[in-house]
Design a protein around this ligand. Structure first.
Ligand SMILES: *Cc1c(COP(=O)(O)O)cnc(C)c1O
Length: 386
């Protein structure tokens, strides 16, 4: 059996030829494919606007520039990739880590308590962990009750739905972000996007993506026009301190080609999750949550109570690695990272997260994982744990 990683991309000949076609076009960086890709993102998520950027972390940074000010307190989850809360720190704002629920998602009831207790909290950053959508009704309640800013990190959840609300549609949030890293639902190599229904945010994001440059609404009449009122053709203005977070046209061509397969990718992931669920029924391997058709299954996470076993989690990972199976742990609690400890984090009361870190790990999950490979993973895991 060849090595089976926890996640990987699926690229076919169609993807390759659409990429090559764009390489032969006049546009390497921003060209027509960028807007086309953004339109596709809107169509798929139901958001009004989308801004494609160089990666998901850049998307988080730009979103945070819109939503946060220095010293703002922001509720967020310890169970995410570092980038989610790092983006809060980029702005000099302050993450406040809230414990998770048994399903790996941030506990929105605890968020409610925090917001009740501390009226200075300005925002909440949620992650639909593993593709399992958080309760949108609770988001709505928090938004309406406390008038806070809400960002949804949808890096795991493209294709997920909560009661017909698509992940990334921003029905009850200000902004959502996506990532197109190879392990995510569709890939552009590196890539990301921000979605929103707010036109003002959209215009600001376009500006921030490329150095804060604005080519439409000039503020400096004397410099932008000649004596006769003609706009100077060379003229542009910088309106904010932006970045170069642009994505290339050929990456968007790849993304567009991947979009054609996206529904199929998501269906494959759900089928694999169903198969895993069935195989682990009445074994010591417990799925993080029972099969849920609303989840887009970026990850398939299981729980094992290692205290009752003769094997540690490290030993399990190593033994599986020898059998050519790559397990992964999503995630090490962000607040326990040395960098975060150095700035005063790490002692939050997060018993569910602590237990999650002891017991959970992710199994291989990607569209091209064959039935034979799934069965090999299942059999090997149960054998090693015996
Ligand atoms: C992948 C990921 C990101 C960052 O995306 P990049 O494209 O790798 O920068 C952010 N948040 C979560 C939850 C992720 O999984």
């Amino acid at each position: 059996m060849d090595f089976i990683p926890y996640g990987k991309q699926y690229i076919d000949e169609e993807d390759i030829s659409s990429l090559i076609e764009t390489l032969k076009s006049p546009y390497l960086t921003t060209g027509p494919k960028v807007k086309e890709f953004e339109n596709k993102i809107c169509e798929f998520t139901n958001a009004k606007y989308a801004v494609a950027v160089s990666n998901g972390t850049a998307a988080l940074h730009l979103a945070s520039l819109i939503l946060l000010n220095e010293n703002d307190k922001v509720l967020t989850t310890p169970n995410s990739f570092l980038a989610t809360s790092n983006a809060i720190l980029y702005l000099g704002a302050k993450p406040v880590f809230v414990d998770i629920c048994e399903d790996g998602n941030i506990n929105l009831d605890l968020c409610d308590e925090e917001l009740k207790r501390d009226s200075s909290i300005k925002a909440i950053y949620v992650v639909h962990f593993s593709g399992n959508p958080i309760n949108q009704n609770k988001l709505k309640y928090l938004k309406e009750t406390y008038n806070i800013k809400i960002l949804e990190d949808c890096a795991h959840s493209l294709g997920a739905t909560f009661e017909n609300i698509n992940a990334g549609s921003c029905i009850y949030s200000d902004l959502s972000i996506l990532s197109f890293h190879p392990v995510k639902h569709l890939t552009t190599g590196e890539g990301g996007a921000i979605t929103t229904n707010n036109e003002e945010f959209y215009k600001k994001l376009l500006e921030l993506r490329t150095h804060g440059i604005n080519r439409e609404n000039f503020l400096h009449k004397q410099m932008s026009e000649d004596k006769k009122g003609n706009i100077n053709p060379w003229y542009y203005e910088m309106h904010s301190l932006g970045f170069n977070y642009r994505i290339t046209d050929f990456q968007c061509a790849l993304g567009l080609s991947q979009f054609k397969k996206l529904n199929n990718f998501i269906k494959r992931r759900k089928d694999i999750a169903k198969n895993y669920d069935k195989a682990f029924l009445s074994t010591i391997v417990k799925p993080l949550y029972n099969f849920d058709g609303n989840s887009s299954y970026h990850l398939y996470v299981v729980k094992v109570n290692f205290e009752k076993l003769n094997i540690t989690k490290a030993e399990l990972f190593n033994k599986m690695r020898v059998k050519n199976i790559g397990l992964q742990l999503h995630y090490i609690p962000i607040n326990k990272q040395p960098f975060y400890k150095n700035i005063g984090y790490g002692n939050e009361n997060t018993p569910i997260m602590d237990n999650y870190y002891e017991e959970c790990f992710s199994l291989p999950m990607y569209p091209s994982l064959s039935s034979d490979e799934q069965n090999y993973v299942i059999k090997t895991l149960l054998k090693v744990l015996k």
